[in-house]
Design a protein around this ligand. Structure first.
Ligand code: CAA
Length: 259
């Protein structure tokens, strides 16, 4: 199956690899990319031969977030009515085989949220994680305010969401956001090695382990994510969202009016 915004391949006849492929936009996540990723994940999940999946990006960016250019002019009505921006993001949560995020470079905004939706994150030593949506006059809209505190605790999560600062790979490992950090040139070998180990175990036990760990991790997550979604959409009714995104698109400093 040919995709426009992702590439897929199978390694060792059992590991499905999805590579985000919008290099000029630092793999910014638009609706079509997320629809393609959902489709590829579902195909791998339904393929008997595949035991594990890996999502990865480029050396410079896993993904620099949701596509700001595409979002910049959306109104509250657009995003609320059609569940725009994050509509196809939840597909990954329905995938029953393990999904590993292999992250190098920027994993910001929706990119950090996508990595956190995967079952675990293996990071290259150049990885940078962040939730900088506050700079655009909005908040994380794909689970960031819910998954980040669960992963790194309230204080670091607040720090990242409120100041927009990035966390490097060392800090991310220390905080528990990522499971391992490896040199950039070893990233895919490490992720593939982990995936092949998983593929060697009993498929049912693997699926059960994933389901149980998620149960521990995601209690009441639905409420949290839905609450977040409504507020994320509501911010498209503000002047500051238009200002923040227009400023990014036009490469100027934002002047927020707090309305
Ligand atoms: N959306 C659209 N385009 C993006 C993008 C994004 N999220 N991030 C980067 N790009 C584009 C840039 O506009 C630029 O395009 P042009 O070459 O056409 O100008 C290209 O990618 C390269 O980016 P930079 O020139 O900015 O590269 P840099 O190395 O100087 O900076 C960066 C890299 C720090 C990641 C910077 O690009 C950046 O801050 N990006 C935005 C990050 C962000 O705010 N993400 C949150 C998005 S909102 C969100 O994700 C909502 C949600 O929760 C669902």
């Amino acid at each position: 199956m040919a995709y426009e915004f992702i590439q897929t391949r199978v390694e060792g006849d059992k590991v499905g690899i999805i590579t985000l492929n919008r290099p000029k936009q630092l793999n910014a996540l638009n609706g079509e990319l997320m629809r393609e990723m959902g489709q590829a994940l579902k195909e791998f999940d339904g393929n008997e031969a595949i035991g594990c999946m890996i999502i990865t990006g480029s050396e410079k960016a896993f993904a620099a977030g949701a596509d700001i250019g595409a979002m910049a002019t959306y109104s509250f009505a657009d995003v609320y009515r059609d569940d725009y921006i994050t509509r196809d993001w939840e597909t990954i949560r329905s995938i029953r085989k393990p999904v590993i995020a292999a992250v190098s470079g920027f994993a910001l905004g929706g990119g950090c949220e996508l990595a956190m939706m995967c079952d675990f994150i293996i990071a290259a030593d150049n990885a940078k994680f962040g939730q900088p949506e506050i700079k655009l006059g909005v908040i994380p809209g794909a689970g960031g305010t819910q998954r980040l505190p669960r992963a790194v605790g309230k204080s670091k999560a607040m720090d990242m969401c409120l100041t927009a600062r990035m966390m490097d790979a060392t800090e991310a490992e220390r905080a528990g956001l990522v499971s391992r950090v490896v040199p950039l040139d070893k990233l895919m070998d490490e992720a593939l090695g982990a995936a092949l180990i998983i593929c060697g175990f009993g498929r049912l036990a693997v699926m059960a382990a994933k389901e149980c760990v998620n149960r521990a991790f995601e209690g009441s997550l639905n409420d949290g994510v839905m609450f977040e979604r409504r507020l994320f959409h509501a911010l498209f009714a503000t002047t500051d969202q238009k200002e923040g995104m227009d400023a990014f698109v036009n490469k100027r400093a934002a002047a927020f009016k707090h309305q």
